[in-house]
Design a protein. Sequence first.
Length: 290
Amino acid sequence: MKLSVVIPVYRTAATLNRCVESVLSQEVDDMEVILVDDGSPDSSPQLCDAWAVKDQRIRVIHQQNGGLSKARNSGIEVATGDLITFVDSDDWLAPNTYPPLLDMMGDCDLLEYSIAGGLTLADSAYTDMDEYWLKTQAYAHTYACNKLYRTALFDAVRFPEGKVFEDAYTLPLLLRKAKRCVTTHLGHYHYTQNPEGITAQASGAQLAQLLAAHLTSGMPMSDPYYMYLVNIQMDVWEQTGAAIQLPHRKVQAATLAGRQKAKAIALNLFGIKILCRLNKAIHLFKKPSR
């Protein structure tokens, strides 16, 4: 099966070579690498073109800046592989990451693998996507980049342009089309922590988009998932003061632990609105964890 690797490129001249080298060295016989220069103002466009000269597996798209979603969508449009994956151009892959993952695909529609130092997954297979979503807590790692997909999943699905946390909107749509999903401890995607990035510096309005993505996903709810959304709602309310969007739900606090258990007890006693007010007024729960 042919693999298409889509790499959006924007202001990553310092890391692009490391990223591309890590992909090309994967020893995958049938692979194309699509570099999407999203109007980058540094030397990244020239680096992309230089890579295309050096390796015939590389295709380059130059476009006006439109954001990460538009760059990924442009790559999807021209991809010719049976399978597709995404790599951010400031990240890189450990050696021999893709070959064993490709061996595992078989009749699989989606495969999620581990992130070095951040996410270790058990070796499991799912034919119930709701079970995958809840059991692996996939709602907390909807990232596009640590997954291999059957390209056909994207036939009528694209990343939402003009939104942040675009992965949280897209993964549920792909799961509705998937028939079999696999998770594995194999492979290592090296994610670069960016202290200035959206994940670390999201505004209240941006976090409201993340909350909206989950509330409109149609995915099943569990108590741990709900408490994950409580954390986001608390941040949104503290930063914006906007009306509470998360419906109230009583949770089984005894099944939780630590800070989440304490939040759940307070939630059951006071409700989501008062919980948000208490947290803002007296920092009842400092640094909510998303």
